[in-house]
Design a protein around this ligand. Structure first.
Ligand code: HEM
Length: 482
């Protein structure tokens, strides 16, 4: 079986090219290109190589040879050929297992993934979101309350930290039925431990040597402590859900993903195991926290640095009479310009700027032979920044997502940008994420003037990769409007 993009198919030579015949940035013996890349900005290095070598090339990180693909159509086809043709990398699975993380839907493969995916999709479907909407409003109110107190005190807000409280409170409520309310707490919160896990996974993914297998550095020991603390919190969520399921009516109609998974795990025929329940609670916390919080942080920075766009987004929010706390879910659906701002943010500053895959069977891609186990780096942002696909591609222009044929335009543009991935493993949290982004922006722009958004380095925020791509830490200052 082979995968060809439309453009690549026309140009495909009769004989398949070997990966070793592709252009490659010059590297050193043994380490390859490892010393040329700064781990925190490796995605930008690969994007520079795309400019130099084109949409298909190879690079080498230590002993690992990687095929880079920047053509969105080809990459989309690969993403759709899952779970049978391609998987997430074996290294990610090994490293996750080593830190003691049970496997959830993000890391699962084959039949286990299919079983878990079905349950996760049901937990995040639009009907469920609608039922949970009043709780979402309560969480966004708490974010507004926290920011109101900071505005009154003239205090600087650690933007990402507050947004992560918002996203974790939301996911815990929606997926586990738990009211963690970290937005109104200044105690030791679960986020402080979650924050250690992604960077550690990412560090180990790209480490030249697995030093943690030989001795534990202070960072490795801190990671162990954080994994244990998150594990204890997860056991708490599971115990509370089990207590609610003592009620036979609740057991017959579980109200959230965690309850549905526990009921399934209690039935030996279901194939869902207690370890998968644990793995999916961790997955939802990790996948739902950083991604949405950092996308919001990028959106707030981009709006602050484009006052005309901010004014238009605010006008749309003000147009809907009253405070966002009284809106319905359908009111949020009508915020077309705010949604366009979110789409434009995800295009320019995708928090997942690349996806790695590994081939499960021999195939060919755009005339290149792909042996089993080939590692593929999908440079997802490259085409999003090309004039061929987006006019004035490097500029923040939310209007490009509007127009007479909005739905169609947005769909085809998102086929290029793919901020939520594509195919059967496309992000199941995307509807929730968009709603969370709109609700937080409605609270922010509706109630406050943004006095300042400042990056640590003083200018445009640097992109920092640690599994997801975040802006460097941002400080927000607000003044009340009403
Ligand atoms: C703006 C916010 C978000 C972005 C940009 C984002 C992006 C992504 C991307 C790129 C993937 C990989 C898709 C693929 O392999 O094709 C993914 C997977 C996933 N995301 Fe999200 N995500 C976001 C929010 C969320 C939220 C809020 C949740 C849930 C609470 C979530 C849960 C997941 C899960 C469970 C997967 C794994 C799906 C699978 O492997 O079947 N994400 N996300």
């Amino acid at each position: 079986m082979s995968i060809q993009s439309e453009t690549a198919a026309a140009a495909a030579p009769a004989r398949l090219r070997e990966i070793d015949e592709l252009p490659a940035p010059p590297g050193l013996p043994f380490v390859g290109n490892l010393l040329q890349v700064d781990r925190a900005r490796i995605h930008q290095q690969v994007e520079r190589w795309v400019h130099e070598y084109g949409p298909y090339f190879r690079f080498q990180l230590g002993s690992r040879r990687i095929l880079a693909i920047a053509d969105h159509a080809t990459m989309g086809a690969l993403l759709r050929d899952r779970p049978d043709g391609f998987r997430r990398t074996k290294r990610l699975a090994e490293i996750s297992a080593e830190i003691g993380s049970a496997v959830g839907v993000f890391g699962a493969e084959g039949e286990a993934w299919k079983r878990q995916r079905r349950m996760v999709m049901a937990g995040f479907d639009p009907r469920h979101l609608r039922a949970y909407f009043p709780s979402l409003v309560a969480v966004s109110e708490r974010l507004g309350g926290r920011w109101g107190r900071a505005a009154d005190a003239g205090a600087a807000i650690d933007l990402q930290a507050d947004l992560m409280r918002y996203t974790v409170d939301t996911v815990a409520g929606l997926a586990f039925g738990a009211e963690v309310n970290t937005l109104e707490s200044d105690a030791d919160v679960i986020q402080q431990h979650l924050d250690k896990i992604f960077p550690a996974l990412f560090r180990r993914m790209f480490a030249a040597l697995p030093t943690w297998r030989w001795w534990k550095s202070p960072a490795d020991r801190e990671l162990d402590r954080s994994v244990a603390a998150v594990g204890a919190a997860i056991q708490g969520f599971v115990a509370a859900a089990r207590a609610r399921l003592e009620d036979p009516a609740r057991r017959a109609a579980p109200k959230n993903l965690l309850e549905a998974m526990i009921v399934a795990a209690d039935d030996p025929q279901s194939g869902i195991t207690p370890s998968e329940v644990h793995g999916n609670v961790l997955t939802m916390l990790l996948a739902g926290e950083d991604t949405t919080a950092n996308s919001l942080a990028w959106a707030i920075w981009l709006l602050f640095s484009h006052p005309e766009c901010l004014a238009r987004a605010r006008a749309e929010i003000d147009e809907r009479a009253g405070d966002p706390a009284a809106w319905t879910i359908d009111d949020f659906a009508k915020l077309d310009y705010v949604e366009a701002c979110a789409n434009e943010t995800l295009r320019l500053r995708p928090v997942v700027p690349f996806l790695m895959l590994q081939a499960l069977r021999e195939t060919s891609v755009a005339g290149i032979r792909i042996p089993v186990d080939t590692l593929i780096w999908g440079a997802l942002r490259s085409d999003s920044l090309r004039e061929e696909f987006f006019e004035e591609a490097t500029l923040f222009r939310p209007e490009r997502w509007l127009g007479a044929d909005v739905a169609h335009g947005a769909t085809s543009a998102n086929r290029v940008a793919m901020p939520f991935g594509a195919g059967p493993r496309v992000c199941p949290g995307r509807h929730l994420a968009m709603l969370e982004i709109k609700m937080a922006l409605a609270v922010l722009l509706g109630r406050f003037e943004i006095v300042d958004v400042a990056a640590r380095s003083g200018g445009e925020p640097l992109e920092e990769l640690s599994f997801t791509m975040s802006p460097e830490p941002l400080t927000l200052r607000l003044r009340r409007r009403r």
